[in-house]
Design a protein around this ligand. Structure first.
Ligand code: BTN
Length: 320
């Protein structure tokens, strides 16, 4: 209902309560209540006795009606669950994908202004205050589980493209899932899934972007290696626009992946790579391997050339 009111308020400078009531088939008191709800959400609406209501400004919130306005995707972000605060968007997304107590379509997203227990990779915490973009996308890819690393890599490309389009900043990708600016982390991706031997049941891709966060607000232990888009652009970045652009890019690359066009995505990934050509140390769980990152293969695995010339394939690991 608030969405309909907003639509009419955007069309004209002033709209009377009577016209709104007629268009929506509700009473003028009900219109007034909806206007109060919008004001509570942060919309600035003035009222004039003769002319009616006037929308003065919109809040900088990642509200579904704001993101969906002008969103050109076919299915990514068509359904949005919005929270001003929750524990973790990945947790809610996984619950929805797992229990399916309601119909949850592919491309449904969970988005929050703030996470109280944001999750990073390897059980780490993810600092998620107001000002960032914390979102999870639910997918049901009809692809084998071996495609999971490719989904993470394509998500990274979609983030880089969206950031570039909205801020002119070109971040780099540190294999497999860190997005960096000037060697510091601006975004992380957490891909979780449920799969059987040869089919994926569901995938939740969680994306955390440090957008409008002041450097001094990051916890001390991560300050040195963390950065926000606001810091780099020296001004606030429009989060709604960035979220929309990301969803559009995400759908484009995910569609490509489903059409088995990963090689072309990989070409783009390599353009933005921070990893290739560098001598690195990778924690692969049971040990740390050292070598030069020489390639990413068609499965999204890192190819490392050890000192003795031996090539090893790393499907999952963390560069240390
Ligand atoms: C990492 O680099 O360790 C991954 C960080 C992923 C953070 C995002 S924020 C949205 C989604 N919900 C979470 O709890 N985590 C991911």
């Amino acid at each position: 209902m608030t969405g309909d009111i907003l639509k009419y308020l955007r069309e004209k400078e002033y709209v009377s309560g009577e016209v709104l009531a007629q268009k929506l088939g509700i009473s003028r008191v009900a219109v007034w209540k909806q206007i109060q709800r919008l004001k509570d959400m942060g919309y600035k609406i003035t009222s004039d006795q003769n002319l009616g209501y006037c929308l003065v400004s919109r809040p900088d919130l990642l509200l579904p009606q704001e993101i969906q306005r002008g969103l050109s995707t076919k299915y990514i972000g068509k359904e949005i669950f919005y929270f001003s605060e929750l524990k973790s968007t990945n947790i809610i997304a996984k619950e929805k994908a797992l229990h399916r107590t309601e119909v949850i379509d592919e491309g449904t997203i969970i988005i929050a202004e703030k996470q109280s227990a944001g999750k990073g990779r390897l059980g780490r915490k993810w600092f998620s205050p107001v000002g960032g973009i914390w979102l999870s996308v639910i997918l049901y890819p009809q692809l084998p589980p071996s495609y999971i690393p490719r989904i993470t890599l394509m998500t990274a490309v979609a983030v880089v493209k969206a950031v570039k389009m909205c801020t002119q900043i070109e971040p780099q990708i540190k294999w497999p899932n860190d997005i960096l600016i000037s060697e510091k982390k601006v975004c992380g991706i957490l891909t979780e899934m449920s799969a059987e031997l040869d089919i994926i049941n569901w995938v939740v891709v969680g994306i955390g972007i440090n957008v409008n966060i002041d450097h001094q607000d990051f916890p001390e232990d991560i300050q040195e290696n963390t950065i926000s888009l606001k810091e780099v652009s020296e001004k606030e970045v429009l989060r709604v626009k960035l979220a929309q652009t990301f969803l559009q890019e995400f759908e484009k690359y995910y569609d490509k992946l489903k059409r088995k066009e990963f090689p072309s995505i990989l070409e783009e990934w390599k353009l933005y790579s921070h990893t290739l050509g560098r001598k690195i140390r990778v924690d692969i769980g049971e040990r740390i391997v050292t070598g030069k990152a020489v390639d990413i293969n068609e499965e999204g695995a890192l190819i490392l050339k050890k000192e003795d010339g031996e090539l090893i394939k790393i499907i999952s690991g963390t560069i240390v």
